[in-house]
Design a protein around this ligand. Sequence first.
Ligand SMILES: *Cc1c(COP(=O)(O)O)cnc(C)c1O
Length: 229
Amino acid sequence: MNSIAENLARVQSNIDAAARKAGRKPSDVKLVGVTKTIDIERIRTLLSLGVNCLGENKPQELAEKYTALGAGLEWHLIGHLQTNKVKLIIDKAAMIHSVDSLRLAEEINRRAAAAGRVMDVLAEINIAAEPSKHGVEPGEAVNFVEKLIKMENLHVKGLMCIAPNVDEPEKNRFFFVKMREILIDIKNKYVHNIDTLDLSMGMTNDYEVAVEEGATMVRIGTGIFGSRA
Ligand SMILES: *Cc1c(COP(=O)(O)O)cnc(C)c1O
């Protein structure tokens, strides 16, 4: 098995190459290191290599690792969030990628107001309309974002998706293009309310295709740490 340093270097050079291929700047793509199930020692190794933006899919785990590693990092909640768990991360997460219902958005907005902050959020789109996945249907995306924008303690930063689990990453290109098109629809309608718009898409299996199609954030776990136990 390769070291974390070797894996990270390979991922970063792949991101750079994919960005250049698409005529984009590599610096426009942010790497979110996905640390779910990864122990503190191995996370420290990643931090020492200069990655300080970390993604967790469980609120409890995010809160524990935030406490263990200190507040100087950027923690992103990337997995499904139940409304009763919002309180665990409201003062810890820098961004929530997985806002998948109005009810959840309202709870984040309410808790953020009480905590005296504005939370950066992404609207999760169930881009392939998979029954097993969370997120709003593509056809509902613009309408959903319109509602989120009205919430005072949310800062809507863009869209997120978890593309289908495919054997061949090219199969997801269609869905990444669709995400970009939805983002353009939203920009055309609300550009005055949304400044920089992010597209969080692409994981170990398909991040290069995602970057080629406009991802500004890729969420990578296995590609850095190896397969999870
Ligand atoms: C686990 C996870 C990832 C990272 O997946 P890898 O295939 O290990 O890169 C990305 N996004 C979400 C929402 C995840 O839960």
